[in-house]
Design a protein around this ligand. Structure first.
Ligand SMILES: *[C@@H]1O[C@H](CO)[C@@H](O)[C@H](O)[C@H]1NC(C)=O
Ligand SMILES: *[C@@H]1O[C@H](CO)[C@@H](O)[C@H](O)[C@H]1NC(C)=O
Ligand SMILES: *[C@@H]1O[C@H](CO)[C@@H](O)[C@H](O)[C@H]1NC(C)=O
Ligand SMILES: *[C@@H]1O[C@H](CO)[C@@H](O)[C@H](O)[C@H]1NC(C)=O
Ligand SMILES: *[C@@H]1O[C@H](CO)[C@@H](O)[C@H](O)[C@H]1NC(C)=O
Ligand SMILES: *[C@@H]1O[C@H](CO)[C@@H](O)[C@H](O)[C@H]1NC(C)=O
Ligand SMILES: *[C@@H]1O[C@H](CO)[C@@H](O)[C@H](O)[C@H]1NC(C)=O
Length: 473
């Protein structure tokens, strides 16, 4: 082919590509997934788009939260926990891309929302949605800050490692032998709907923090707790022989009425914890658990290589709630860490993250708006139950493809390998309030009608989280 024909062919190819990109009149996000700078530029656009949903940095607004938090303040759809997850996402964004745009507000927000006995992320405002998992998402963000040497808070403020230890300490004392021979309940306040549910997410968040504290501090007490959490969760049947990770059961049924729905966040936080335990103990049993979980995770959640939240993202309709619209990012972030601390998984994981991110990118517009469905090749216009969650997931998918950098491959830091965060093994216990958590009273809010709505909202939110209500019906 001579040069003239070649340039005509190239021009035709270019036009075809341009048509595809502009198929519905809107340009699509352009990114070359083989080029780290291109990924960085795309991630920055998507992160900027995510940031438009956060208003806590504006005058008169509460730092650290996404609009809501639902149901305590009915002015937005987001529960308190999701902002904690967003800060974790933005810490990873900083870690992988080096962009420090959100560093200051992330640090301020985590410290501000750390309110609670001994700085343990139990702020009074949000007790209506305070589950062990909700608190734990903030704790995991603090743990990640320690592992990545995220800029430390001022010396008179609570420190990252101590914040994670506070969450661990508060939860360890709630381990409940009265029912089901162990386990954590979902909710913390006795009056919250879902207090009788011992679900997988509560166990795996606790195990996740415990395993990472063990690795960071080399204190075996944490590792024993991580082991206990795994043993109980598996023993009660929430982790099956085939490594399916089911949702949970109720205390009045000795936790045998298992809701079999599989949400990706349970599997993601579990495989992350198992990989950390493998790295910390070098035990064969953890290696084989990682392999088993990875095999099942990929087969179940990445059909055809692109992530699908199968329990609610149905081929013909969408049943995912606001929470679930943010789940894909936690899976991508968890798997990226597994690839580093359990290197025998790396090739498989990077292949999966790459193909899934291709799907993600195909859902994004040029302004960084991304869809929830990643397997339809276009933006899905799904704005009913997000969209901050979709943006968080796309930021996560793009950022974690930047794995092949020395500071990332070195792995999460520990106290012995350069981690600078100061800890406190007794964090969260020092100023231990013996009184039960104060429920929000009618006087705190506009009136009894609002309170009823709030309790109902919390209950319905709980049903949604637990699998669209069929198990509770
Ligand atoms: C963060 O705050 C520090 C100190 O106030 C300031 O020097 C820095 O420019 C801020 N960084 C960003 C990215 O805004
Ligand atoms: C709790 O709500 C009050 C009133 O809106 C607000 O001033 C305060 O900053 C909030 N605290 C937290 C930790 O969100
Ligand atoms: C409840 O389940 C646990 C294991 O999950 C078992 O050890 C215990 O015997 C069961 N108790 C009853 C009353 O069935
Ligand atoms: C998982 O294991 C099954 C059975 O060995 C195998 O057929 C499947 O290809 C594996 N999946 C992945 C993603 O490795
Ligand atoms: C543990 O993790 C580090 C990264 O932090 C990795 O280099 C090392 O190979 C892992 N250890 C094992 C035994 O896989
Ligand atoms: C962490 O490291 C610092 C200095 O490197 C040391 O003083 C401290 O005792 C270590 N803490 C733990 C819990 O090992
Ligand atoms: C190890 O962790 C446990 C549990 O928090 C704590 O009680 C103990 O003091 C820690 N040990 C050291 C040496 O820090």
């Amino acid at each position: 082919m001579n040069r003239f024909l070649a340039s005509i062919a190239a021009a035709l190819l270019f036009l075809t590509a341009a048509c595809v990109h502009a198929q519905d009149g809107r340009a699509k996000l352009q990114v070359d997934l083989d080029d780290y700078d291109s990924i960085r530029r795309a991630a920055k656009i998507v992160a900027g788009n995510l940031w438009t949903y956060y208003h806590g940095d504006k005058p008169g607004q509460t730092p650290g939260i996404l609009p809501g938090p639902h149901p305590a303040v009915p002015s937005g759809p987001y529960y308190w926990w999701q902002a904690g997850a967003m800060w974790g996402t933005l810490i990873d964004y900083w870690y992988y891309t080096g962009d420090d745009t959100y560093v200051n507000e992330t640090r301020r927000s985590l410290v501000f929302q750390a309110e609670g006995p001994g700085y343990s992320f139990e702020p009074r405002n949000w007790t209506l949605s305070l589950g062990n998992d909700d608190q734990g998402f903030w704790g995991m963000a603090a743990m990640l800050a320690a592992e990545t040497n995220f800029p430390n808070p001022a010396p008179d403020e609570p420190q990252w490692l101590a914040l994670a230890q506070a969450v661990f300490n508060r939860q360890a004392r709630l381990w409940d032998m009265e029912f089901c021979n162990g386990g954590l309940r979902w909710q913390i306040p006795h009056t919250n709907a879902g207090y009788n549910y011992k679900n997988t997410i509560a166990q795996v968040v606790f195990m996740n923090i415990a395993s990472r504290l063990a690795r960071y501090t080399r204190n075996d007490t944490y590792a024993r707790w991580a082991e206990t959490a795994w043993d109980w969760t598996q023993g009660v049947g929430y982790i099956t022989k085939e490594y399916n990770v089911l949702d949970g059961g109720h205390v009045e049924h000795n936790c045998t009425d298992i809701n079999p729905v599989q949400f990706s966040t349970n599997a993601a936080l579990l495989i992350h914890a198992a990989a950390i335990m493998y790295n910390y103990t070098l035990e064969e049993k953890w290696r084989s658990r990682v392999l088993g979980l990875l095999n099942r995770t990929i087969d179940h959640f990445f059909p055809e290589g692109i992530m699908v939240e199968r329990a609610c993202e149905l081929p013909d309709r969408m049943q995912c709630n606001v929470d679930q619209h943010s789940f894909k990012g936690y899976m991508h972030r968890a798997l990226a860490t597994v690839a580093v601390v359990a290197p025998f998984t790396r090739d498989t994981i990077m292949r999966t993250l790459r193909s899934s991110t291709e799907g993600c990118v195909s859902s994004c517009l040029a302004d960084g708006t991304c869809g929830f469905r990643w397997n339809i090749g276009k933006y899905d216009e799904d704005v009913a139950n997000g969209p901050a969650g979709q943006q968080m997931s796309a930021v996560a998918a793009l950022s974690t493809l930047l794995l092949d950098q020395p500071h990332v491959l070195r792995g999460p830091l520990t106290n012995d390998t350069g981690g600078t965060s100061r800890g406190d093994p007794n964090a969260g216990l020092v100023n231990n309030d013996p009184e039960p958590m104060r429920p929000i009273t009618v006087g705190d809010r506009a009136g009894a009608g609002v309170l009823t709505a709030v309790i109902l909202g919390s209950f319905l939110g709980g049903l949604l989280w637990m699998g669209m209500g069929w198990s509770e019906g």
